[in-house]
Write a new protein. Structure first.
Length: 536
């Protein structure tokens, strides 16, 4: 039975067309996948269904659910419907959660607002819902900033399913999750669909995720659905050229020339980092969590080294210590002839030899500043400002495929992929030897990810860069790294050449990571005549 029927849904913002006659049906108990590149209109479709469009937007068409046209409902009725009949999981959990409320209070609030439970009962039910999404060990009194990205996303899922909605819209729900957590969340969503006859609308750019869970799939390009049908049939036939190009991009491997030398650049010896935990009671002694435990490794000049592990394994904490953002409690970090030891802050001359590219390029920039000023931020690490600053900015923008004219624009004027290119330009501006990339492509769609990986391979060859690539995406590791370190609970459990570790893992933990990685069934993914077309 059809639960949601969308017909000729069109959206414009201040007269600019965004969606063009979008039509699809979602049945009860069905998983409906909506795929496409960034800017194709996937998220805008979901926001239109929920009447959460931005200011200046106008929607036409019809969205029927339970005999009602959602587009025609007044706001009061939509408020009662959101959460109770339609739940939504947003891509970025930190912006979806209230930073000054505990996670228990936020899950309970969903139940209280809709009159489903009293505050005391809602708190007990909040514990149940958090346990159900794998957070049994996390106290209700934790705040969002005290959780990892994957744990925050689980809180958002617990909030979205607390009232057992008929339709759950999940907008990139696993983008920020490691592969094992992703597998657990997808299993959870699949179980909810089966047990509660809930429909799931899954918005994602990960074709492998869709292949493993969706019964029907639609492909969006430039605000229109260009192809739709049963998932296996669509994946096998790929009738539209855009669908074929998406498949080619998802399997893209950049051409890389060997650049690694035998000269050590970064040497980490017994690095140890502890965090103080919140007091259980006002008079209790503070606890400590060892996030990084005696980690040692060497990264050579021109080498690309991958660091992989689950959320909370210590990857980002180790990266912060290497970058000089956190002080070590034990061990030593050496880079290019300089060293920093436990209890000491890193000197600016050492920090100037490395730069970082973060996962969220928009969040790492000040939106009030022009691109030129944003790119020039690392100049403060130099003993004195360079005399050729403007030339360096133009050179960095050109190196990442942008133009010097882009220096006078604001960051909101760029797409997600362009913002990540600007982040890479900022990392290049002081000509470092090492760039740390912390989930730098995990939030990008497959087409943009392929372009960024090609850019990184080209820059490594032309600039002699070394990369420390932190990611939970094993396909990215295979594409861009020479060696890989596998991290679990603050320790390195396996290391070796990338192909060796991924094809023949020795440690049980590495084996579990690889087993949890979603894959498109081999029979669905044959080469097509469009596979070699440029990613445009």
């Amino acid at each position: 039975m059809t639960l949601l029927s969308t017909r000729d849904l069109s959206v414009s913002i201040n007269g600019t067309p965004i969606l063009d006659r979008v039509s699809f049906d979602v049945a009860e108990g069905e998983v409906f996948g909506l795929v496409g590149e960034s800017g194709s209109g996937k998220s805008m479709t979901a926001l239109a269904l929920m009447q959460l469009l931005p200011h200046g937007a106008r929607a036409t068409g019809a969205v029927q659910m339970g005999g009602r046209d959602l587009l025609a409902l007044p706001e009061r009725q939509m408020c009662a419907l959101r959460g109770r009949e339609i739940g939504m999981i947003f891509q970025e959990p930190m912006t979806a959660l209230n930073p000054v409320q505990t996670i228990g209070a936020q899950v309970a609030e969903t139940l209280v607002i809709h009159g489903a439970a009293s505050r005391s009962v809602a708190r007990a039910q909040a514990r149940h819902h958090l346990d159900r999404v794998g957070l049994a060990d996390i106290p209700l009194g934790r705040f969002p900033h005290e959780l990892s990205g994957g744990q925050r996303q689980r809180v958002c899922i617990a909030m979205a399913v607390a009232l057992r909605p008929k339709l759950l819209i999940a907008d990139e729900p696993t983008t920020a999750l490691d592969v094992t957590t992703q597998a657990q969340i997808l299993d959870l969503l699949r179980d909810l669909v089966a047990q509660e006859r809930m429909a799931l609308m899954l918005i994602t750019h990960d074709l492998a995720v869709v292949a493993g869970i969706a019964t029907h799939t639609a492909v969006m390009q430039a605000g229109r659905i260009v192809e739709a049908g049963p998932t296996e049939v669509l994946f096998r036939q790929r009738a539209h050229s855009y669908t074929r190009r998406l498949f080619a991009a998802s399997a893209h491997v950049p051409q890389r020339a060997p650049t690694a030398s035998a000269t050590p650049l970064l040497h980490v010896e017994n690095a140890t980092r502890d965090y103080q935990l919140p007091r259980a009671t006002p008079f209790a002694a503070p606890g400590h969590h060892r996030a990084v435990n005696a980690v040692s490794f060497t990264l050579n000049e021109g080498e690309s080294l991958g660091l992989v592990g689950e959320s909370g394994s210590g990857k980002s904490t180790l990266a912060r210590a290497i970058l000089g953002l956190d002080v070590l409690q034990g061990g030593t970090i050496q880079l290019g002839g300089e060293a920093v030891t436990a209890g000491h802050h890193m000197h600016a001359t050492m920090r100037a030899k490395m730069q970082v590219v973060f996962q969220d390029p928009y969040g790492s920039f000040n939106p009030r500043h022009h691109v030129a000023r944003l790119i020039a931020e690392p100049f403060h690490l130099l003993p004195k400002p360079p005399t050729d600053g403007a030339a360096r900015i133009n050179e960095a923008l050109t190196a990442v495929g942008l133009t010097p004219d882009d220096a006078n624009k604001f960051i909101h004027e760029f797409s997600g992929g362009q913002r990540q290119r600007i982040a890479i330009a900022r990392a290049l501006i002081i000509r470092p030897k090492l760039i740390v990339l912390d989930e730098a492509v995990s939030a990008l769609d497959v087409r943009v990810r392929a372009q960024i990986l090609d850019l990184l391979a080209s820059l490594q060859a032309s600039h002699g860069l070394a990369y420390l690539f932190i990611t939970h995406d094993l396909s990215v590791l295979r594409a861009i790294t020479d060696r890989v370190l596998v991290m679990r609970a603050g320790e390195i459990v396996e290391t070796g050449a990338t192909a060796q570790v991924l094809n023949a893992p020795q440690h049980p933990y590495t084996q579990s990571l690889i087993a949890a990685t979603p894959r498109i069934p081999e029979g669905w993914f044959k080469e097509t005549t469009d596979a070699a077309q440029p990613l445009v």
